[in-house]
Write a protein that binds this ligand. Sequence first.
Ligand SMILES: [Zn+2]
Length: 431
Amino acid sequence: MATLHPPRLFFRNAVQLITLSGPPVPRRGTALSELGIIPRGGVLTEGETILRSGPSRRLERDALRLRADLVDCRGRVVMPGFVDSHTHLVFAGNRVDDYERRLRGQTYEEIARAGGGIQSTAHKVRNVSPSALQSQAQGFLTQFAAHGTTTLEVKSGYGLDNAQEMKILRVVRSLQATAQLELVPTLLAAHVLPLSYRGHAAQYIGEVTGRLIPAVAQQKLATFIDCFCDRGAFSVEDCRRVLTAGKECGLIPRIHAEQLTRTGATRLGIELGAASVDHLDKLSASDIRALARSNLVATLLPGANFHLGLKRYPSARKLIDAGAAVALATDFNPGTSPTLNMQFIMSLACTQMRMTPPEALAASTINGACALGHGDRIGSIEAGKQADLIVLDVSDYREIPYYFGMNHCVMTVKRGRIIYSRRQSVGGCNA
Ligand SMILES: [Zn+2]
């Protein structure tokens, strides 16, 4: 039987303990590279919380006194768990057929017109039970944990009608109750226009703002409200209506912005005080300046560019150099970014977007946490914060993006509990 309270744990002998200690705000500019590394570091946890971190030898006495269980990290890297602030976790089936069609030369829009794309996933969602949706998502969550993610945002969006959207958000609520990872739910009601509303976007938006948003808010099924503002999706005006209605019901806005075309969604996000604007492939120079002056997190999703085989990636360098707060996330979804591996996202960020390894690491942890409004609780290893950390089988954190496509994670700790361990790799663990 599982213990009711997580144990006291002492992680010792980390070759590098990446603390990311600092104020609970998104890191920008040169601060994005300050990882707060403690050589030969250790972490002492009590219950769900980090009690102390520092050089291992300074924690030995406390660990002994508290009779903490020992986890010998054997010269590996210890860092905060990844915070994946943009995923579409709950869907049915996959889109491997679309993948092949695209490789044979069809465009995203042609595939959508031929009945593929988001509409085909929505069709599958409609035809499966909540328990089937939940068990597919649970399988992915096991993989998220094994790859070092400890918190993830989860969007609805494959329902395309009120009842199905509610079904997806209830699945997320069930997962929150059963999964060991932390899930942050987002209502993505305006993802694409349902086929039955073709030519009647305003009517669909009316349904969403008049009925769905109040119902979701009343049942507390989501923290955030999102919309896909782009060519083939929704206009800035449609999105303003949706996000404003969400705000009025207590949901916090975030936006899929400037992915396929520059629509002005970033400006809308700034105007409405969104937590994050995501994708940002087609930003203008003035958008970049405006973002740098704002409190919004600019969340980049290079997995989508990779999977779609695009040559161009978002301008991470320009954003960082201008002073914007950049985060990285997987955009895990069946159509454009079927990866849940944040380590691979770090590789893409470095190789394709010229981010440095320390920038990519901070963008994948503390800045992801800030994009979800939880920078005060997760995203760094500091006394008083939640004990969410991972052990990676590398001797220098820069090896994480360098050895690309691998899973270096050998242990994942969530709220002070070891929820994943590649047993033969981590020794001395009697927890
Ligand atoms: Zn997305």
